[in-house]
Design a binder for this molecule. Structure first.
Ligand code: SF4
Ligand code: MSK
Length: 648
């Protein structure tokens, strides 16, 4: 297979070719071996929720049309979709819980390896949770916030505090009327598992309601908690330069790639890898130093805060090992291919798992405990240094890398869009209202060997910015954009339409703003809430000229993310359809009728240009509805009117 048909990224093409020469398998090869994939699975028509089954529904409307218990295609597909949401929401929220535990430890201990780095944000977040701030010590406030946040995961009464203080009031009203306001994070996930058990709910709309509630508990709950507490604990990001692609790996240095999602260990590794004693150890072994690089969302966490370079996104994890220069691939949780176990055994690379939740055959397990964070980090770095001399002489690192600016957040975005004297979202809203920026799009999510690697992200993003749509990005999509140079401020001149180019050039931002990891999609939610609060663009998120997309999604987390954007009022386009197409009523509901209930809806489109045009059409429709697409008549001012303008 021609590597160009697998990836649009040149560094990846080079390594895919090298894997083929060496007879090593990768995700693309295994995808081909899986074809043709099961049609029942694709359409959502297979159920194995009890041992009377597995049952499957005939998609051509022949017999059987119901499972043994009588479940229809709509019921089966809705239940399957809900279980995907439960898994995705659980992954994000359990990540949030782990950060909350580290935060609690930092608050309670005077001698632990973590401390509060952003006191201002601590106070802002605590105030949202109605915690008294004035006249209190940082530790006291933090202790109260820790308790409040922990309670959100398992409380039995009431609803989530964060879902009542972050979203616009009009949005909260929509949820209340529909009965989907999230109660507690764990409860909504557990209730999905209950409702999808044999013989509980079969009404697909009622099932989807619980899916909405669980994903809202993810986006406005677990993920938001992960983001807020990570900022407080590890420091809020600010714009920072970074390098991206396999070329960040350095043949002359000890290379450690951190991969997965959580910042707790990787943040400590960043600090410890700069220790003089360890650097000297590396030099004694013949290396020039210690080079830390990231992969997937662990990369996003440490590049947002420290500018640590990123070696690649999801489909590049095997390619990084294939370079032969990775001494240690250090993984935590999520998006880590089991295939890394056997692949790393063909090289000197040590694959090290660190979470009790994630052990992989073929990997060494060094369990990470927050109370021994620095000690564990030193142990792992020493393993990497020792491993340097075991490297084989035949290594190949593609030379390709790009630079970009990351580190945009809900809190700092307005400074960059408005200049330091305009600390509000007003300039952003004004530029949307005056039409220089037509609207905004969140382009997020994974890679998937069903699409040419990175092609969907890049083609869609370029089409959007060409049409003056500002793009915010997270996860593997953000990494794809960075590798293409779309996160350089200069990209505005090359790729943007006139209006967006003017704005980017005036304030010196790139047209694609990196806002973080997968849990940081919560930043996009809070940015939208801020835009609504600023005024002039409607009362609710569903009024805004915005859209969302995941052009190469693959994980169940992406389903939860997509659903919480839809539930928050955002039109969301994904490439690979949700596995529901065999269920006609459910498909019609999620791609059309649900808009009446929540203001957002799903769309499926594999062609990234067509998908981008669907988003643009939606954005222009919202502009029309807001009445901001009206061409203003040129007005000639007399002197008095000019003076009045100047006073304003
Ligand atoms: Fe079949 Fe119903 Fe059991 Fe599913 S729950 S496997 S449709 S009998
Ligand atoms: S890492 S969830 S492949 S974005 Fe967040 Fe990338 Fe998707 Fe994993």
């Amino acid at each position: 297979m021609d590597p160009k048909k697998r990836s649009s990224d040149k560094a990846s093409q080079e390594m895919i070719g090298r894997m083929a020469e060496a007879g090593q398998q990768n995700a693309w090869d295994r995808f081909e071996q899986q074809e043709p994939q099961c049609g029942f699975g694709k359409l959502g028509l297979c159920c194995r929720n009890c041992s009377m089954g597995p049952c499957r529904i005939d998609p051509f409307e022949e017999e059987p049309q119901v499972g043994i218990c009588g479940a229809t295609a709509d019921t089966i597909a809705a239940r399957n979709l809900l279980r995907m949401i439960a898994s995705g929401a659980a992954a994000h929220s359990d990540h949030g819980r782990d950060v909350a535990h580290t935060f609690k430890m930092a608050v309670e201990s005077d001698s632990c390896d973590y401390m509060i780095k952003d006191e201002l944000k601590l106070r802002e977040v605590a105030a949202r949770y109605d915690i008294k701030i004035e006249g209190r010590e940082t530790k006291e406030i933090a202790a109260d916030l820790s308790d409040a946040v922990m309670t959100e995961f398992g409380k039995q009464e009431g609803t989530l505090i964060s879902a009542a203080v972050y979203p616009p009031p009009a949005r909260q009203k929509v949820w209340k009327e529909l009965g989907v306001t999230p109660r507690s994070i764990d409860r909504e996930i557990v209730e999905i598992m209950h409702r999808t058990h044999i013989g509980v709910g079969s009404d697909y709309k009622n099932l989807i309601k619980q899916g909405l509630r669980a994903c809202l508990a993810d986006g406005w709950g677990g993920s938001l908690i992960a983001t807020e507490l990570s900022d407080i604990l590890f420091g809020s990001p600010s714009p920072i330069r970074f390098g991206a692609n396999l070329g960040v790996l350095d043949e002359k240095q000890v290379n450690i790639v951190v991969h997965g999602h959580e910042p707790t260990l990787s943040d400590i590794i960043v600090a410890v890898s700069a220790e003089g004693e360890l650097v000297k150890m590396a030099k004694d072994k013949g290396a020039e130093g210690i080079n830390l690089a990231g992969m997937c969302c662990t990369a996003n966490e440490i590049l947002m805060r420290h500018g640590i370079p990123v070696a690649g996104n999801f489909l590049q994890q095997e390619l990084a090992v294939m370079t032969g220069v990775v001494e240690v691939m250090l993984v935590d949780v999520q998006c880590i291919m089991p295939a890394l176990g056997s692949l790393s055994n063909c090289f000197h690379t040590k694959l090290i798992t660190t979470s009790p939740k994630c052990k992989i055959a073929g990997a060494e397990h060094i369990e990470f405990h927050e109370d021994r964070a620095v000690e564990t980090a030193r142990q792992i770095i020493k393993i990497a240094i020792e491993n340097f001399e075991k490297r084989e002489s035949k290594v190949r690192v593609p030379k390709m890398m790009e630079h970009g600016i990351a580190g945009f957040t809900t809190e700092n975005i307005f400074y960059h869009l408005g200049g330091q004297f305009r600390a509000s979202y007003r300039p952003l809203n004004d530029n949307i209202i005056n039409g220089r920026i037509r609207g905004a799009a969140g382009v997020v999510g994974c890679n998937n060997p069903k699409q040419v690697h990175d092609y969907g992200h890049l083609t869609m993003i370029k089409e959007l910015i060409k049409n003056n749509i500002l793009v915010v990005s997270t996860g593997c999509s953000a990494i794809a954009a960075a590798k293409e140079g779309l996160m350089r401020p200069e990209a505005a001149a090359k790729y943007c339409g006139k209006g967006l180019h003017e704005v980017c050039e005036t304030v010196g931002i790139p047209p694609v703003l990196h806002v973080g990891s997968c849990v940081d999609n919560s930043r996009i939610l809070t940015i939208l809430a801020n835009v609504v609060a600023e005024g002039g663009l409607g009362d609710d998120i569903s009024d805004l000229p915005v859209a969302g997309a995941a052009p190469e999604w693959m994980s169940e987390k992406a389903v939860s993310i997509g659903m919480y954007f839809v539930a928050s009022g955002v039109y969301t386009v994904i490439a690979e359809p949700l596995p529901i197409l065999g269920a006609p009523n459910l498909t019609r509901y999620l791609t059309d009728e649900i808009e009446k209930d929540v203001g957002g809806k799903w769309a499926f489109e594999r062609d990234p240009i067509k998908a981008a045009r669907m988003m643009i059409e939606h954005i222009e429709g919202k502009r029309d509805a807001l009445g901001i697409n009206v061409e203003k008549e040129r007005k000639l001012y007399d002197m008095e009117e000019r003076r009045a303008l100047a006073v304003e």
